[in-house]
Design a protein around this ligand. Structure first.
Ligand code: ATP
Ligand code: MG
Length: 330
């Protein structure tokens, strides 16, 4: 059994994994705390992780009726992320593993997102992975576990970051992604022709800063926007940014001759993305894999799942497990 922790950013999460039918995944969101600042305050996030982590661990174990004695491996996200936040999960995991003589396994948070779509599905290689989150908009050709080739990435903002910034420009709430998703349902996505970054270029890279600036200029030029205007801008922005994700993903699949696309990260929760990617993938003969909604944004179950895939690497070398906010894996 694997007990996993993720405190890479603002959510505290603890998961227990026995198999894909027997698990728990507890996520304590800090959105209410950071809302009033319009972004995450790292030191506050870390302090909240400290308050929560112990009782969330008990909750995760209790939920599937197991105890610490049943744990074989303790897994923890070691990076990338916010250092104060990472330190809480890493220190707690190390202390718990040491005190209970359990093996420990450090996990890369982005690797967690990458494999989340395969949680209850058969894992086959190669596949194209699109990771769309608050910090990443990356396309990887995945040839095996630990064999990742970066084929495209954002040159500026991540797509989730663009959602958050546009929501701030429109003053519609935090975090921006879920709010834009909700408001877009009543907006007209075809009213504004919002440009798609690097659309006409051959590259598989992305750019969202122009898209965001376009919205900013639109709002500055029209200070008295009605609710309908705001919903239409939100829907048009969402369509433009999600459509370019599909275009580049399809291009990547064609260029690298793969027919499986696995999409993950917080933005893969987006309802327009889920619906349009599904429709377009059927038409293009691509097998699309999406994580369950609970495994899109940060959660410890995705960390436990990677730990399960890599369990032969777990050791008693607690000193080798350290937080690294800039951890790379490609
Ligand atoms: N329904 C949604 N539609 C669009 N974006 C969404 C939705 N739900 C969440 N997001 C966005 O997903 C992002 C959070 O995702 P996630 O938790 O995976 O990112 P992160 O952990 O901050 O970044 P990273 O994983 O790159 O370090 C936020 O930018 C949020 O606005
Ligand atoms: Mg994340």
């Amino acid at each position: 059994m694997i007990l996993a922790f993720d405190t890479s950013c603002d959510d505290t999460s603890v998961a227990c994994f026995v198999d894909s039918n027997n698990y728990s995944n507890i996520v304590s969101s800090q959105n209410e705390i950071h809302k009033k600042y319009g972004g995450i305050m790292p030191e506050m996030a870390a302090r909240k992780h400290i308050e929560n982590i112990s009782y969330l661990t008990k909750e995760a174990l209790d939920k599937i009726g197991v105890g610490l004695s049943d744990v074989d491996i303790v897994a923890t996200t070691v990076g990338p992320g916010l250092l104060p936040s990472l330190l809480v999960g890493v220190s707690f995991a190390k202390g718990l593993a040491y005190a209970n003589r359990k093996k420990i396994l450090p996990i890369n948070h982005i690797e967690g997102h990458l494999f989340a779509p395969f949680f209850d599905k058969k894992l086959t290689f190669p596949f194209m992975a699109l990771i769309v989150s608050g910090g990443h908009t990356h396309l990887f050709l995945v040839k095996g576990i630990g064999r990742y080739e970066l084929v495209g990435k954002t040159l500026d903002d991540a797509v989730g970051e663009a959602f958050d910034k546009v929501a701030r420009i429109l003053d519609i709430g935090y975090p921006g992604g879920p709010v834009i998703d909700k408001l877009s349902k009543t907006g007209n996505p075809n009213r504004f022709n919002i440009p798609m970054g690097l659309d006409k270029k051959k590259t598989l890279d992305f750019s969202f800063s122009g898209t965001k600036t376009f919205v900013k200029n639109l709002v500055n030029k029209h200070p008295n926007l009605s609710k309908t205007d705001i919903y239409d801008i939100a829907a048009s922005f969402q369509k433009s940014s999600i459509d370019i994700l599909w275009k580049k993903s399809l291009k990547a699949c064609e260029e690298y001759n793969v027919d499986v696309l696995a999409v993950s990260g917080g933005v893969s929760a987006n309802s327009y993305l889920r619906e349009s990617f599904l429709n377009k993938s059927i038409k293009s003969g691509i097998k699309l894999l999406l994580p369950s909604k609970e495994m899109t944004t940060d959660n410890a179950l995705m960390i436990a799942f990677v730990a399960h895939l890599k369990e032969e690497f777990a050791t008693f070398d607690y000193n080798a497990v350290e937080a690294n906010p800039r951890l790379k894996f490609y």
